[in-house]
Design a protein around this ligand. Sequence first.
Ligand code: IPM
Ligand code: MN
Length: 339
Amino acid sequence: MSTYDVGVIGGDGIGPEVTAEAVKVVEASGVTLDITTYDLGADRYLRTGDVLPESDLEALQVHDAILLGAIGPPVGSNEVPPGTLERGLLLRLRFALDLYVNLRPFTGVPGAPAPDCDFVVIRENTEGTYAGEGGFLRKDTPFEVATQGSVNTRHGVERCARFAFELASSRPRQQLTLVHKTNVLTFAGDLWQRTVDEIAPDYPGVSHDYNHVDATCIYLVEHPGRYDVIVTDNLFGDIITDLAGAVAGGIGYAASANLNPARTGPSLFEPVHGAAHDIAGTGKANPAAAIRSAALMLDHLGEADAARRVTDAVQAFIRSTPDPSLSTAAIGDAIAERL
Ligand code: IPM
Ligand code: MN
């Protein structure tokens, strides 16, 4: 078994607690991690005004992988202006490290609205409305204008769609669904649809179809079993993966991998959930999503066997109908013991 050099950003709220359990479980799998922790997030910002200094970014760039807990100030806090940490830290990492695929797998858990679902959302992670295009005109006048455009490049859409086709071709059902809003977003949607149609012949085993994003919200609730691999833009992917998390068993189980598939730098692994400041420090946070994210990291690092064992241990733990009052650390221990 190898040792990997991993940067850990616990971040805000429950982030450090769930990340600690993820590290515990990875080490129980037999893979050794050489960890460097980073003090980044709301506390550091409020203490020093730093969001992501160049020196931290440079240091993060040389790790084998990065584990992140959660980023964001308490809801309603006016000490940190909206977007400061989200744009300045998390999105900056996604863009600077070229983490152009956000892979979010959903495997149902018992008791969930969709206990048997098994699909993956491939969310484009560096473009769309997240790119930062736009601004104000005549700010603070009665004639103020705010625009926030969606940036879609052929290069960005194609590399994401190719990743999704590759993934679909490796899965038993070999089925890909493009989710967009081509009936209204006739420029961006057209680029996405044409790109998918043009590269589809390179993957003859994969069948592909298209769903509008609003209809996808109905299908995710009423019949999520229809999906195998979904590919979609950044904002649609953000929204439908919260919904997918809820139907698959709750956001406490939803994992994500922010991938640089070209491997020009480290990829970043984080739960889909946020900082949940309301339960921080109470031991009530569910570390399953962080542990599942660490399994995605193991897989990316080439430790497929350890990844499978960790994923199976989480699944077996969930299926064992555990005592709902178990603490964050006790859940981590119970999953680690299964390894
Ligand atoms: C997510 C989060 C982020 C996003 C926020 C925290 C910037 O909601 O990873 O889904 O919108 O991408
Ligand atoms: Mn989100």
